[in-house]
Write a protein that binds this ligand. Structure first.
Ligand code: ASP
Length: 417
């Protein structure tokens, strides 16, 4: 019976079972051994799935970007692809931040929130290491150019992306003289994609386990105390993901949003349950190339780059959270300060790696840029898991839409852009 179901349906059944199981486990609490053991098993299964995705991530990023550059250049498309990608990666997070700022100004989340229940969290956060903007910037720059082998071993995706761009450019320059290397990379890419297919067969169980664990361990009390903030973030992120981005997609490509979501389901569910756009990348690439039929070379360039720098959901969250913290401590940010938040939120989203709660770390610099207390992060950490799941889903959606738009405007025919 199960064998006859498509992978898509299996993933959805897995997600549904995971949600129900998580709700039951959350109600049972973790005091008795049965729910505790079940959560442990779910944690283990979820981890194996995410680890498998991470295992294939670096070979995938490396081969797809290098090949993408070589092949795009062969068709004289590289310049246009590069330009449109950059314009898209700058404009959509800017729209997301603007939306976040508008909603935060209208709904004013954080006004009147009782913070006493978070005293312990604030105290433990104070004891943690904190990063200033200068330190953040230095770390960010330091993660751009690295020994490629070290970068691969450490899983530093941005550094791998940059090395792959250099390698691709050099191979373009040397052209026919490096045919063997080109063929080798093309074959390696085929192999990697086959392994991705195998890993995806485990997706239904992995996603079920991840969702069950996520819901089972969520502290509902904290969510309730900050309900207004949670509601505005969820509303804003959904609006960006369900209205703004689909409208951009439809306007520029004529692709209907329902068609898009239908063909991206696997990647979006994986993003939600892993809270990691990097771990989701193999699935994203699979959906974009096989379901949405985006040219392998364009997808192979836009998606890995977007995974690390284009994060609409994170950008929106960073701006909204900064205003939330300002309201919490009773500071009214003026227009200049909000403009600073606007730029810092975009920068923070670019700097955040595609891993769970990365946005929390880079948010420190947004808060510091306008003199807000970074300790307030301690209030946001307990509610970050569900919000992170949602913003990661929008981050992945943004990359997919980006590759469709880039594909549309990179055709060799005269372009309207
Ligand atoms: N988890 C997000 C991602 O992987 C990053 C973030 O924390 O906002 O895209």
């Amino acid at each position: 019976m199960i064998k006859k179901l498509s992978l898509n349906s299996q993933i959805f059944i897995g997600a549904a079972i995971g949600i129900v199981l998580g709700l039951i486990l959350n109600q049972l609490g973790q005091t008795s051994p049965f729910p505790r053991n079940l959560i442990y098993i779910c944690d283990l299964l979820g981890r194996i799935f995410v680890d498998l995705l991470k295992m294939i991530l670096i070979p995938l990023v490396f081969t797809s970007i290098t090949l993408g550059i070589v092949n795009l250049r062969a068709h004289a498309q590289m310049g246009r692809v590069w330009r449109i990608t950059m314009i898209y990666f700058l404009c959509t997070p800017a729209l997301a931040v603007l939306l976040g700022l508008i909603l935060a100004n209208v709904f004013k989340p954080g006004v009147g929130v009782e913070t006493v229940m978070f005293q312990d969290a604030v105290q433990s956060f104070r004891n943690m290491d904190q990063m200033t903007f200068a330190q953040f910037f230095k770390t960010f720059l330091g993660s751009l150019f690295m020994n490629p082998l070290a970068a691969m071993a450490k899983g530093e995706i941005l550094a791998v992306v940059i090395f792959a761009i250099f390698l691709g450019a050099a191979m373009v320059k040397l052209n026919d003289r490096v045919k063997t290397v080109q063929n080798f990379l093309a074959e390696a890419f085929e192999i990697v994609m086959l392994i991705v297919d195998w890993i995806m067969k485990l997706a239904p169980i992995g996603i079920m386990a991840l969702l069950a664990k996520l819901i089972a361990t969520q502290n509902v009390g904290v969510l309730q105390a900050l309900w207004k903030f949670v509601l505005v973030v969820v509303g804003g992120t959904l609006f960006h993901g369900l209205v703004v981005l689909p409208a951009i997609l439809y306007f520029f490509t004529g692709i209907k949003p329902l068609y898009f979501f239908n063909h991206m389901k696997e990647a979006l569910v994986t993003a939600f349950s892993t809270s990691s756009s990097s771990a989701t990348m193999p699935v994203t690439l699979n959906c974009i190339e096989n379901n949405l039929k985006v040219d392998k070379n364009i997808a192979g360039f836009v998606v890995p780059l977007g995974t690390t720098v284009n994060m609409d959901g994170t950008a929106l969250y960073e701006a909204m959270a900064a205003l939330f913290v300002a309201n919490l401590v009773g500071i009214d940010l003026n227009i200049t300060q909000q403009i600073i938040v606007f730029f810092m939120a975009i920068l923070a989203s670019i700097g955040a790696p595609g891993i769970p709660s990365a946005g929390m770390v880079t948010m420190i610099m947004v808060l510091q840029s306008v003199g807000l207390p970074v300790e307030a992060i301690a209030l946001l950490l307990p509610i970050d898991r569900p919000l992170d799941a949602l913003r990661t889903t929008v981050n992945v959606e943004g990359d997919a839409i980006g590759s469709l738009i880039v594909q549309k405007f990179s055709k060799p025919s005269p372009s309207p852009l």
